[in-house]
Design a protein around this ligand. Structure first.
Ligand SMILES: [Cu+2]
Length: 119
């Protein structure tokens, strides 16, 4: 048999645990936002967004979907290394260390073009 005091303590503890479980701590309630500096190379043959502004020193992730693509930058000082080959279902990052406007294209699908604007 539980004493009246023991029952009171148990009730209080249960209430505290429920409050913690339901408390609005901000975690796990919403999906995390997508990384801000990501370019999706899509199966519909687009780079999305087509123009991506970033800050100097920022890293851009090129997220390749189910259709293979690559990324070749217009040759200019400060442009990062190309992403050659056939890239599917993989994400590859490039860091932009120098301010400028960097155009790129997919050599498999020449109509696919994008620009990273580094400020
Ligand atoms: Cu492509």
């Amino acid at each position: 048999m539980l004493t009246r005091k023991t029952r009171l303590v148990l009730a209080t503890l249960t209430g505290a645990l429920l409050a913690m479980a339901c408390g609005g701590d901000g975690y796990g309630t919403t999906a995390p936002p997508p990384p801000p500096s990501t370019v999706a190379a899509t199966p519909s043959l687009t780079f999305t967004p087509r123009t991506l502004p970033v800050n100097v020193g920022e890293t851009v992730t090129f997220a390749f979907g189910s259709v293979p693509h690559n990324v070749f930058f217009t040759q200019q000082a400060g442009a990062p290394a190309d992403i050659a080959g056939n890239n599917a279902n993989v994400s590859i990052a490039r860091t932009f260390a120098t301010a400028g406007t960097y155009a790129y294209t997919c050599h498999i699908h020449p109509s696919m073009q994008g620009t990273v604007v580094v400020r």
